[in-house]
Design a protein around this ligand. Structure first.
Ligand code: ADP
Length: 624
């Protein structure tokens, strides 16, 4: 038990208290079990013995009743009264003795005899035996005294002559109302004790003094159940009831009184064992009948119950301990799980807080980035504008020259016209005015081109679909291609490509390049231009080819200069390529010109490819 307890984290004092409680409970339960099982076993034993006792008493009663009425019957015989009245009649005596002998034999009694009023035996069945009763006086016997009082005398005693135990029935022989004597029949209960000795219980019959007269245990005969007073012993001796037999004592001690007829007694020396004693009165015979049954069966029953209760109790204690331990473990596990859950929740909270903080930080950063982006874009727009202005600055001397020339011409044409009008030379004056108009038209063109270039575009370099930009540009130059019957060859990849650029400006570049190509092939018999798109090392390569005359080697270095043109004044300003070059430069791309081996020019435009498919500013670009 102690080992079991070691599993529990009970304090030592608690453990000791629990041990005391467990042991006390065990003692209490064992005591109750012993008490109840003894009670039940005793009841069972009592019932069994009661039954045996009844049988015994009925048997004994039956033995006695067989003879009880015989003396009364005999007393009615006139022979007996006659002989009492005339005792000296020799003829009668022999006849009477013979009669009594016959009756005794037929009834299977021990002795049958006739006593006169003084107690002398005057006739007897054993008249011929060695020790006949005739001539003996038994007036001291209570059965005689009872009979002389007119009642049936009953008595159990040891025969004074035969020294054999016998039961005496005596009945008065009356002459009318006067009692003349008594007829006595003695029976022996031979064989009765032996026939009951095979039972495991002891059967005992005591007389009114408590002396055992019949017993299935030979050692107990003529012993009293309880110690007797000296005077009582003396009285028994003097009555010669049991002859010279020593009146001993069993000295049984009463223990538990179970019921009126049943009690537990201790048999005293030498047995010293407890017995269940049952008692039944036989008042007519003046007897008490007892059975003594050993409590061995009760004790073994109690022992069995105790053993069972102990095992059951221990099993219950262990079961309780087991359940207690189990519930403790469950509680511990629940506590552990609860703790783990709390820790988890705390960590989740901490992480959530961290995340929230990080989120807020991110939002702030995004906001900052957005603002930076805004600032950058503005800066970039301004830069682009500044670059354009710088380009215009570079071009300014050329522009100056280009504008001054027609201005000077206009002035001279105007002077001419005025002079011609004063001379009334209308036609010539009109021709001069026409020249002025053409020149102003040319100046307007230059101005328009410059305006387009200097216009503040969105400047947003974003991811745009190359195919879409090409299609837009082709829409613009479509009518031109149609008018000049120039074939357009497209070599575009199937998958959509995205490049980093300003959509409107890229369109403008493409329109410029295609228009130039259309102009170049003008004089060819078979006219075609080709737009080919390919990719290489993260770049989109856009080539505009034509089957025109190509570019003269000497011109190749100059064609990107502002106002360089090989075309007539009304067709080219020489601004297209120089503006296109700068636009592409601003897109971080390159624009180069060359000649194809087979003849014809090739303009190659390289732009950064983008993987971004939406029109969103690219961070890296913005941050450059
Ligand atoms: P413009 O077209 O007004 O002359 P550009 O700057 O566009 O001005 O072109 C400059 C010059 O480059 C042209 O005059 C022409 O000599 C040459 N050039 C441009 N494109 C081609 C081409 N596809 N083939 C041959 N020469 C070309």
């Amino acid at each position: 038990m102690e080992i079991k307890f070691a599993h529990f984290s009970l304090k030592k004092s608690h453990r000791q208290l629990l041990l005391v409680v467990v042991i006390s409970l065990l003692v209490l339960i064992l005591w109750l079990t012993a008490h109840w099982s003894r009670q039940i076993a005793l009841e069972n034993l009592q019932q069994q013995n009661q039954h045996q006792l009844k049988l015994f008493v009925a048997n004994l009663q039956g033995q006695l009743e067989k003879y009880e009425f015989l003396p009364e019957l005999l007393a009615t015989n006139s022979l007996l009264l006659n002989f009492l009245q005339y005792p000296n009649d020799v003829n009668t005596i022999t006849a009477l003795n013979r009669y009594l002998e016959t009756i005794n034999k037929v009834a299977n009694a021990s002795d049958t005899y006739l006593m006169n009023a003084e107690g002398w035996t005057i006739a007897a069945s054993n008249w011929l035996s060695e020790r006949p009763f005739v001539g003996r006086n038994f007036s001291y016997r209570p059965y005689f005294q009872e009979a002389m009082k007119g009642r049936l005398g009953r008595y159990f005693a040891l025969g004074s002559t035969s020294n054999k135990r016998g039961y005496y029935f005596a009945y008065p022989v009356r002459d009318k109302e006067k009692i003349q004597g008594a007829v006595v029949m003695k029976i022996e209960l031979i064989g009765f004790e032996e026939s009951w000795s095979s039972f495991k219980e002891d059967f005992v019959v005591t007389d009114p003094d408590g002396v055992i007269v019949i017993s299935t245990n030979d050692d107990w005969r003529y012993k009293s159940l309880y110690p007797l007073d000296k005077s009582v012993i003396e009285r028994i001796h003097s009555s010669r009831r049991y002859g010279n037999a020593e009146i001993g004592t069993l000295a049984i001690t009463r223990k538990d009184q179970i019921s009126e007829q049943a009690q537990v007694v201790n048999m005293g020396e030498p047995r010293q064992s407890d017995h269940l004693m049952l008692v039944q009165e036989m008042p007519e015979a003046g007897w008490r009948v007892h059975t003594f049954a050993s409590l061995g069966v009760v004790n073994s029953q109690v022992l069995k119950s105790l053993l069972f209760a102990t095992i059951l109790y221990i099993a219950i204690v262990f079961l309780v301990l087991y359940l207690f331990q189990r519930s403790r473990r469950i509680k511990e596990r629940e506590r552990f799980e609860k703790r783990a859950k709390q820790v988890l929740e705390r960590r989740v909270k901490e992480r959530t807080a961290d995340l929230t903080e990080a989120n807020i930080r991110l939002i702030r950063e995004i906001e900052e980035h957005r603002r930076t982006d805004e600032t950058l874009r503005q800066t970039q727009d301004e830069l682009i504008q500044a670059a354009k202005m710088a380009a215009l600055g570079q071009m300014s001397s050329g522009i100056n020259h280009e504008l001054n020339q027609p201005l000077a011409a206009i002035r001279s044409y105007a002077d001419n016209a005025r002079a011609l009008l004063t001379r009334n030379r209308q036609e010539e004056a009109s021709w001069n005015l026409e020249q002025i108009a053409e020149l102003t038209e040319r100046m307007a063109k230059i101005s328009r081109q410059l305006k387009v270039f200097s216009r503040k575009t969105s400047g947003r370099i974003v991811s745009v679909s190359l195919q879409a930009v090409i299609e837009n540009a082709l829409k613009i130059v479509g009518p031109q291609l149609k008018d000049t019957e120039t074939e357009l060859r497209r070599r575009l990849p199937e998958e959509e490509l995205y490049v980093m650029s300003d959509m409107v400006q890229l369109e403008q570049v493409l329109v410029n390049l295609i228009t130039n190509a259309v102009h170049a092939v003008e004089l060819q018999a078979q006219r075609w231009i080709q737009i080919a798109v390919s990719t290489r090392q993260g770049k989109a390569i856009i080539e505009i080819l034509d089957n025109g005359p190509g570019i003269e080697q000497a011109n190749l270095e100059r064609i990107f200069d502002p106002f360089f043109t090989t075309k007539s004044e009304d067709r080219g300003l020489g601004l297209g390529l120089s503006i296109s070059y700068r636009i592409v430069e601003m897109m971080h791309g390159t624009l180069t010109a060359g000649n194809r081996e087979q003849g014809g020019a090739v303009f190659t435009l390289q732009l950064d490819l983008s993987s971004v498919t939406e029109n969103q500013p690219r961070q890296e670009l913005l941050s450059k």
